[in-house]
Design a protein around this ligand. Structure first.
Ligand SMILES: N[C@@H](CCC(=O)N[C@@H](CS)C(=O)NCC(=O)O)C(=O)O
Length: 200
């Protein structure tokens, strides 16, 4: 299996999830600017959208979209607890948070560090992101993880997005519960290993 990634991007969520599921994989870095691989080949031949993550399976199929890839890993390795057991309240909650982080939080961060975003957008964009983060901050001031007492893929995803605060003009000090959550997630062995492989 091959995971295509940019350093410190949402592909890190899949890197962590694959480790939680004890799956073996190879990491292939994509150049952010050229969207080419180290051998010069064009990444859009792997993922026509030319964004990460993309997970190429040993049978040649290529999976894309964070939530869909998490679902595939969870089906293959439910014991990793990425989403909770089928039909349970925990799974419903985990899916809700995964979608909220993916569509509302991740996609509110993205324009804040895109190079072509007009400067006038930054202040309203930050205000919008803060509204989207406030429910999460409140939730994490009441409990250690988004869905009760063990981390799910939604926690890994929130952890990855919280690393983008500085580049987006937000101060981590304004989000103490999210920061404490990030520290808890970062202390996990699988996350340490994922970070070491992602940033080398
Ligand atoms: N909808 C996609 C979004 C993926 C995404 O936004 N990836 C970012 C990195 S965090 C990216 O590759 N951005 C470059 C681009 O959009 O061209 C998913 O869920 O996988």
């Amino acid at each position: 299996m091959r995971l295509y990634y940019f350093p410190d991007a949402c592909s890190l969520v899949i890197n962590i999830a694959l480790r939680a599921a004890k799956m073996r994989f190879e990491l292939i870095e994509v150049d952010y600017v050229t969207r080419r691989l180290h051998d010069g080949s064009d990444f859009s031949r792997i993922n026509p959208m030319a964004y990460v993550p993309a997970l190429q399976l040993s049978d040649g199929r290529c999976l894309t979209e964070v939530i869909a890839i998490i679902d595939w890993i969870d089906l293959a390795a439910p014991e990793a607890g990425l989403l909770g057991a089928q039909g349970t309240h925990k799974r419903q909650e985990a899916m809700t948070w995964l979608a909220l982080v993916g569509t509302e939080i991740h996609k509110s961060f993205s324009p804040l560090f895109r190079r072509d975003t007009p400067h006038e957008f930054l202040a309203p964009g930050q205000r919008h992101l803060k509204k989207r983060l406030s429910r999460t901050e409140q939730k994490l001031s009441e409990q250690h993880y988004l869905c009760a007492d063990t981390p799910t893929a939604a926690d890994y995803y929130l952890f990855v997005t919280s690393r983008w605060m500085g580049d987006s003009g937000l101060s981590a000090r304004d989000w103490p519960a999210i920061q404490a959550h990030a520290a808890r997630i970062e202390s996990l062995g699988i996350v340490q290993d994922a970070l070491a492989s992602d940033l080398q």
